[in-house]
Write a new protein. Structure first.
Length: 415
């Protein structure tokens, strides 16, 4: 979730050049440039695949836009306000989607929704919410808001990512924590109805310090997570750099965040430096801008999709969003789990290839995209992909779902 507060910028050596040098050639795909395949009407959300897509083999070269659907602002579902959707996943075994809200228990207790998405190769027909589950703390209570925390303790939630366990269908979710309250980020495991099961141990490097600028920055912590296809490990991505890893992105400079691979018990298997782009354009004088990783999605055991989301504020206070989807390859990148500061030492960041610049789609509005998930296979056998935006419970924003067909043939490079 974006934090609407002016950042403190620092004079630093830009890492944007490093990112560019190590990146593979970017490819920008316009929806209009892809030939739409006309297939028999196949409601993909009604088509069941293997059990939770364990060991599913995938290839991503480009994306073809299928369509868009929105949930109205402040939609009420079973007594809850729908909004702040910051992560989603598709469960092929039960033919349902789960979508987590980053409501900090301010509107309703922290929760995730169940839904059905009806789309096919020709268009996006509908979204139907089918259930809501409140996530529980270890003592069985719901997560507190900030006021309740001051009197009763617990952990104030800021949930940014959700996963369905490929092995048993349970839920794993990540929270950014709250540096101002001294709350660390975390990854927790829960039953399908939200009951607490366990918490992964947190490496020291991510822990916040009440007295020093070390560890995770507030609101730039655990933003994305994804299971490996075999379900034996979980990747977790930082939205931005740790304090000790250098400054946050600016219009002139990128940054380095970390992507960590854990086994199911929380042991660190590897950690990699991810070069976050510089902010695409300069905000209006005195206004805010940011860029960071908003979600990740495993393609195979060494390649991931990353969503980079930038918001740039204009003179009238409104934000323009810049969204890009990259494919990264961990092969060849350095394991940095032993490096305390990315401002020191030698290492190789991951390589990036631009899959899609969403600003080329020509949408009437592109909002704060924070979720990405594989969907059911389409009638022609191709994978589908869905994105969702976090509206920040703001009336000027939208909760939008964008559906895509995944094309495996390499798209032509525009000249």
């Amino acid at each position: 979730m974006k934090k609407f507060k002016l950042p403190k910028y620092f004079n630093v050596l830009s890492v944007a050049a490093l990112s560019a040098c190590l990146a593979l050639s970017p490819i920008t795909i316009h929806a209009a440039e892809q030939k739409v395949l006309q297939e028999n009407d196949d409601h993909s959300s009604e088509k069941k695949d293997g059990a939770n897509n364990v060991n599913e083999k995938r290839s991503v070269k480009s994306l073809r836009f299928i369509g868009e659907k929105k949930i109205p602002f402040n939609e009420n579902f079973e007594g809850t306000t729908v909004g702040g959707l910051s992560g989603l996943r598709y469960d092929s075994k039960s033919n349902t989607w789960v979508m987590i809200s980053d409501d900090r228990s301010s509107y309703n207790p922290a929760r995730f929704y169940n839904a059905r998405l009806d789309y096919n190769i020709q268009g996006f027909q509908s979204i139907q919410l089918t259930g809501v589950n409140f996530l529980k703390q270890a003592d069985g209570s719901v997560y507190p808001n900030q006021t309740q925390y001051t009197t009763h303790g617990g952990e104030v939630p800021d949930f940014e990512s959700i996963n369905i366990d490929p092995l048993d269908g349970s839920i794993w979710y990540a929270s950014e924590g709250d540096r101002s309250l001294g709350l660390n980020p975390f990854v927790k495991h829960a039953t399908r109805d939200g009951q607490y099961l366990s918490t992964l141990p947190l490496p020291e490097i991510f822990k916040v310090s009440p007295t020093q600028e070390t560890g995770a920055r507030n609101n730039l912590s655990f933003e994305g997570s994804t299971f490996a296809p075999d379900g034996k490990s979980l990747w977790v991505a930082m939205e931005g750099p740790l304090y000790q890893d250098g400054p946050i992105p600016t219009p002139n400079s990128g940054a380095l965040s970390r992507i960590t691979q854990y086994d199911r018990k929380g042991n660190v298997l590897g950690q990699y430096a991810y070069p976050v782009d510089s902010i695409p354009t300069t905000p209006a004088p005195g206004k805010y801008a940011d860029n960071g990783v908003s979600e990740i999605l495993a393609v195979n055991n060494h390649e991931l999709l990353t969503v980079e989301r930038s918001g740039v504020q204009g003179a009238d206070g409104t934000f323009k969003n810049y969204i890009r989807i990259y494919e990264i390859d961990l092969n060849g990148a350095s394991n940095i789990s032993h490096i305390d500061s990315l401002q020191e030492g030698k290492f190789k960041p991951v390589k990036k290839r631009l899959i899609l610049d969403l600003n080329t789609l020509g949408l009437s509005k592109l909002d704060n995209i924070e979720g990405i998930s594989w969907g059911p296979k389409l009638a022609n056998g191709n994978d589908s992909l869905v994105l969702v935006s976090d509206n920040n419970f703001n009336s000027s924003q939208v909760t939008q779902f964008l559906a895509f067909e995944v094309l495996s043939k390499k798209a032509p490079i525009k000249k």
